[in-house]
Each structure stands twice: as structure tokens, then as C-alpha cells.
Design a protein around this ligand. Structure first.
Ligand code: IMP
Length: 199
């Protein structure tokens, strides 16, 4: 199964636009960056591509808790062919805005992954440490194939060797919240994605 997605480097850059919509979370100001409408459109495109790429098989989506829950729900509804779901949970940033550099598995998958076509569904790839850990971990189950999808990617922060099969938006190396992504467990319920206002 060859992916029809363009390579990550060819995807559109997503510059920060001036906007008057802003939120303050834990004393920090964030500007609206990706509207719910824009996210919806992109997730629908990704779902179509994934449905086409997996047309002859029933993939199992492995959603990465907690941040990817909203993206997973929308992506799964955008895939109009058979697919299954399971969840994995890794240690996250805690309440900080920078990675601790240490990744641990807090909840493993329950489904039998051997011989299955596995698609990891992640909200954001920053340093790439979590995704590298997950790919190594899931490969131990001997799946028939293992690919990854992330809604957001900070390419300038990521180890260059990491392969990402489906990427929604390439974004600058700034902290983002909303649409499942948190800052100190808050802001996951925002429908739009907001970016740290440095100005
Ligand atoms: P990585 O291991 O540095 O790639 O980070 C992956 C995890 O860190 C993600 O699954 C998120 O939970 C969290 N994370 C990274 N960047 C952000 C961000 O900008 N906002 C919120 N969470 C983030």
C-alpha cells in the first residue's frame, strides 16, 4: 500500500496570521491560529486519503490519549470504510510547555495487533520522541503494516529521520492549545486551535 500523501516537506507551511481572537490560559495569551472550519476541511481530506489507501483492508486506528481524542473522533468519521479503534497512553508534558525528554507507556493497547494494519493517530509531533517510542513499541506486536497520522507537526523541532505518513498542518515551533491539546490540562475543549502569542 503506497501512500498518496505528499511528503511532509511538500505540505503547505501554516504561517501565523494576525487575528483579534485570543484566549488567556494559566496567565499566558494565545492567538487563534487554525479555525474549527479549517481543521474540519483538512481532517475530511485526510480521512478520504486514508480510506483510499486502506480500501482493501480493515485498519486499526491507535489513538494516543489524551490529546488525540478529538482529532481521532473526527478522523474516524471521515473514513467511510471499515476501521477499528484502540487507545494507547504515553506520559506527556505534564503541566509544562516543553518536553521532559522522557517517554513512558501509561496504558497499552488491548487489541491484538499482530498481522493488522495499524495506523497511529496522534495530535501533534513536536520533538518526535513520543512518536519514535510508539513506533518502536507497536512494532513489537508484529503488525502487517505500521503508519502514523498526526494533525499537527512542528518540523523544525523534530528529529529529521522520523517518517510521518499523514500530516494535517506543518506549524511553527510554538506551543498550541485547543481541539484536544492542553496547557496544564486546560483548553482541550476549545473548537479552534490557538498558538502562543509571543508578541
Ligand atoms: P514530542 O514527544 O516532543 O513529539 O511531544 C509529543 C506530545 O507532547 C504530544 O502528544 C502532546 O501531548 C505534547 N505536545 C507537544 N507539543 C505540544 C503543544 O504545542 N501543545 C500541547 N501539547 C504538546
Amino acid at each position: 500500500m503506497a501512500s498518496n500523501m505528499p511528503a511532509t516537506r511538500d505540505l503547505l507551511e501554516t504561517p501565523v496570521q494576525p487575528t483579534d481572537a485570543a484566549v488567556t490560559v494559566q496567565g499566558e495569551r494565545f492567538r487563534r491560529y487554525l479555525s474549527a472550519e479549517r481543521i474540519k476541511k483538512r481532517v475530511a481530506e485526510m480521512g478520504k486519503t486514508i480510506a483510499r489507501d486502506y480500501a482493501t483492508t480493515t485498519p486499526i486506528l491507535v489513538s494516543v490519549l489524551n490529546g488525540a481524542f478529538m482529532y481521532t473522533a473526527d478522523l474516524m468519521r471521515a473514513i467511510d470504510t471499515d476501521c477499528e479503534i484502540d487507545f494507547i497512553k504515553l506520559s506527556s508534558y505534564g503541566d509544562e510547555k516543553v518536553s521532559s525528554g522522557e517517554v513512558r507507556e501509561l496504558k497499552s493497547v488491548d487489541a491484538e495487533l499482530e498481522g493488522r494494519d495499524v495506523l497511529v493517530v496522534e495530535d501533534i509531533v513536536d520533538t518526535g520522541l513520543s512518536m519514535e517510542f510508539m513506533k518502536r513499541r507497536l512494532a513489537e506486536y508484529n503488525p502487517a503494516s505500521l503508519r502514523v497520522s498526526t494533525l499537527l507537526h512542528k518540523p523544525t523541532a523534530t528529529e529529521p529521520d522520523l517518517t510521518l505518513d499523514y500530516v494535517g498542518f506543518r506549524i511553527p515551533d510554538l506551543f498550541v492549545i485547543g481541539y484536544g491539546l492542553d496547557y496544564g490540562q486546560l483548553a482541550r475543549n476549545l473548537s479552534d486551535i490557538y498558538i502562543l502569542d509571543e508578541g
